[in-house]
Write a protein that binds this ligand. Structure first.
Ligand code: ADP
Ligand code: MG
Length: 200
């Protein structure tokens, strides 16, 4: 992973989250507290501001440092969860990460950290409902186009789920019929990463 690619990933993720902050916040209103967009935008703009320090590092260290930046700035439930995801992915990076299988292994390690931190699993109407199917698709050798489609379908499927974790669990049955904001932010980030990798 080159420094240039890392810079492009940080910039694209930040731009995507900034462009969709209002949408994420609107999704968090009916089943949460209406702060997911601001939380994510704050975290990713801090990450972008630290790009000069992060991008030159070896890939695994860069991911860990990015995770730390997100934990400190996002706040909410999603800050520690996205932070844990990136830190664990960074720790799982092999010396020369390349290809779909390496990405699957890395994301798998990140997902385990999110599950442990959130005491949750897929099916609870959270970001895991997008991350887990995407990881499974990568493990099965999916193309970039397939990864995008898997993420989109997984996001759509959160609509009919009943939340059992996070703030949305408090509204119980009334969480049904709304997309999960964290699943939407995860989908946006996956699209951003796919776009950058495709253009490289
Ligand atoms: P908060 O809920 O503290 O206001 P955010 O609004 O930033 O934090 O993030 C909410 C999102 O975090 C949810 O939509 C969900 O995807 C994710 N989330 C919350 N709790 C958990 C959990 N225990 N495990 C996995 N993801 C979770
Ligand atoms: Mg919230």
């Amino acid at each position: 992973m080159s420094e240039e690619l890392m810079r492009a990933l940080i910039a694209k993720c930040n731009a995507t989250i900034a462009a969709h902050a209002d949408e994420l916040t609107a999704l968090d209103r009916p089943i949460g507290d209406g702060d997911h967009g601001q939380n994510m935008a704050r975290g990713f703009s801090a990450l972008a501001a630290a790009a000069d320090e992060i991008a030159p590092l070896p890939f695994g260290q860069a991911l860990q440092k990015a995770g730390t930046a997100l934990v400190m700035k996002i706040g909410g439930a999603s800050g520690p969860l996205y932070g844990s995801l990136l830190m664990a992915m960074g720790k799982a990076v092999e010396a020369r990460p390349a290809g779909t299988k390496a990405a699957a292994a890395m994301l798998g390690a990140g997902i385990e950290a999110v599950k442990a931190r959130g005491k949750s699993d897929a099916g609870a109407k959270t970001m895991l409902d997008v991350l887990v199917p995407v990881q499974e698709a990568l493990a099965a050798g999916a193309t970039i186009a397939q990864v995008r489609d898997v993420a989109d379908a997984a996001l759509a499927a959160t609509k009919d789920m009943r939340a059992t974790k996070g703030r949305a669990a408090f509204v119980g049955e009334r969480s049904i019929g709304h997309l999960d904001p964290g699943a939407r932010s995860a989908t946006l980030l996956i699209h951003a990463i796919c776009d950058v990798l495709e253009a490289k």
